[in-house]
Every structure is written in structure tokens, then in C-alpha cells.
Write a protein that binds this ligand. Structure first.
Ligand code: HPA
Length: 270
């Protein structure tokens, strides 16, 4: 894997994506932030050696490099999900490449369902901690000690420094930012009522189908990360209405304005 990481990174360096300071992963329906970036370079995933190719049609599948709030950022417009059939190593490959290119901080966004009924659809939640129910992890198999330790610590998977900044910026901008636990499930089906009861019962506030693999690899590689969920639906098992993926994407795009303000404010301060 190390050779592939280096080859991808070398390719991107040759394309002048050479000095990223901050990596950004944009979740489902959350691609608008790229318009805020003063573009230096962009590449389709399909044109980058060893990058998986995005299959879900509403994910653009592009790597964007440019300046945002005075920092050079490398943003993934569209991410890879386990439900699309990729391996965990494929899903997290871009995080390895970001680290190899010198990225110092990773900011992640996603769309998630709110099981904590105090959280309303359209609001944001800072991920304080997570539960991995994906039934697989990106570190399974032999460990390459040059990439990170065999048994990485996960006592603080999301950077306290970045999370404190997120909360400060949210207060400054009057953005409601919950803080809680994200549980990752494989999907792509949404949950049954019984599953929502179970997931709430084990301590999760929100549920989604991403982020945890990338956060695990960021921790493995010593890359401080933070993640924010845009809450796209309310998952009340006693009053569950059918959800439509179109509604989820639409809600994400409305809440996205707050997410953009939040990420920009944090990037300025990092
Ligand atoms: N469940 C899982 N993933 C999701 C949900 C949900 O309710 N909403 C947005 N992503």
C-alpha cells in the first residue's frame, strides 16, 4: 500500500497539488463549499492513479486544491462509502495520500439522521466520539509500522483542539452546534424502528454511513481530525415516516450554509 500512496502523492505533487495544509472531506449533499475555494487545481478521482472511482451519481468525485481563508486546502468533493462495495482500505486511501502530501488537519462532514430527539433536522452536530458498527475496519490485516501503530489509541478520536475551535466559531456566528456520538452503519438501507431504538440505546445521538473509517485512519496516521454531521432527518422510532434520499440531500444543502461558515471560521484559526 505504501508504494501506491507514494505514487498517488507524487502524481498530485507533479500536478501542483503540492502544499496542502488542511484536508477536507465533503459529505453527501455538501459539495457547495468548493465554490468558496480559490481554485488552483482540480482533478477527477478517475484521473488519479490508485484512487477509487466514485459510483453514486450525486457524488461528484473530484479532488479540489486551492486557497480558503488564507490556507491551502485539499478537498474531496464526494467520498467513498462502504455500501458502494469498496474495501475499507479503498475508502480511506485518500486520507493516507493527504497525510503523505503534508496535510496537518483533516475536517470531515457528513449527512446523518438524528436519533437524539432534542436535535432537529437541519441543525449541525460536532462529533465528540463514535461507535463503529460497520462490521469491518480499515486497519484489518498486516500493519505497516511506517504508516502507524498496530494498536492505535482511540481515547480521543476527534481532536480536542479543533473541536474547541469549532465550538468557539459556532458561538461567534450564532450557529447551533450540538455535540454528541455518531454511529456508523453499513447501509445503504435506512434503519428499522427497532434498529433506531437499539442504536439510541447503545449511546449514539446520530447515525450515518461514513466518516468512521476515515477518522480511524486519521488517528492511525497521527493526523488530527474533526467531523461535523449535518442532520438531515429525525429518527423517532415511535413516529417514523418514510424518508426519501432526495429530502436528505435537500436538507443537507440548506444546512450547508452553516457548515461552510463553521469550517471557514475554523480554517482561518488553525
Ligand atoms: N440513517 C443512516 N444514514 C443516514 C440517515 C439515517 O437516518 N440520515 C442520513 N444518513
Amino acid at each position: 500500500m505504501l508504494n501506491k500512496i507514494r505514487e498517488s502523492a507524487e502524481f498530485l505533487r507533479n500536478k501542483k497539488m503540492d502544499k496542502p495544509e488542511i484536508g477536507i472531506i465533503l459529505g453527501t449533499g455538501l459539495g457547495k463549499m468548493v465554490h468558496e475555494i480559490a481554485l488552483h487545481q482540480q482533478l477527477d478521482y478517475g484521473d488519479i492513479p490508485h484512487f477509487p472511482v466514485s459510483t453514486v451519481e450525486f457524488h461528484k468525485g473530484r479532488l479540489i486544491y486551492g486557497q480558503l481563508e488564507g490556507k491551502m486546502v485539499l478537498a474531496m468533493q464526494g467520498r467513498f462509502h462502504y455500501y458502494e462495495g469498496y474495501s475499507m482500505q479503498e475508502i480511506t486511501f485518500p486520507v493516507r495520500v493527504m497525510k503523505e502530501l503534508g496535510v496537518k488537519y483533516l475536517l470531515i462532514s457528513n449527512a446523518a439522521g438524528a436519533m437524539n430527539l432534542a436535535y432537529k433536522k437541519g441543525s449541525l452536530m460536532l462529533i465528540d466520539d463514535h461507535i463503529n458498527l460497520l462490521s469491518d475496519g480499515p486497519l484489518r490485516g498486516s500493519n505497516d509500522d511506517t504508516l502507524g501503530p498496530r494498536f492505535p489509541d482511540m481515547s480521543q478520536p476527534y481532536s480536542k483542539k479543533i473541536n474547541d475551535l469549532m465550538e468557539q466559531v459556532a458561538v461567534q456566528h450564532g450557529i447551533l452546534l450540538h455535540k454528541g456520538v455518531y454511529v456508523a452503519v453499513a447501509g445503504p438501507n435506512l434503519e428499522t424502528r427497532a434498529e433506531y431504538r437499539f442504536l439510541r440505546g447503545i449511546g449514539a445521538d446520530v447515525v450515518g454511513m461514513s466518516t468512521v473509517p476515515e477518522a480511524i485512519v486519521a488517528n492511525h496516521s497521527g493526523l488530527p481530525c474533526a467531523a461535523v454531521s449535518v442532520l438531515t432527518d429525525e429518527c423517532d422510532p415511535e413516529n417514523l415516516k418514510p424518508v426519501d434520499i432526495k429530502d436528505i440531500i435537500e436538507t443537507a444543502s440548506v444546512a450547508e450554509n452553516d457548515l461552510i461558515k463553521l469550517f471557514k471560521g475554523v480554517i482561518r484559526e488553525l
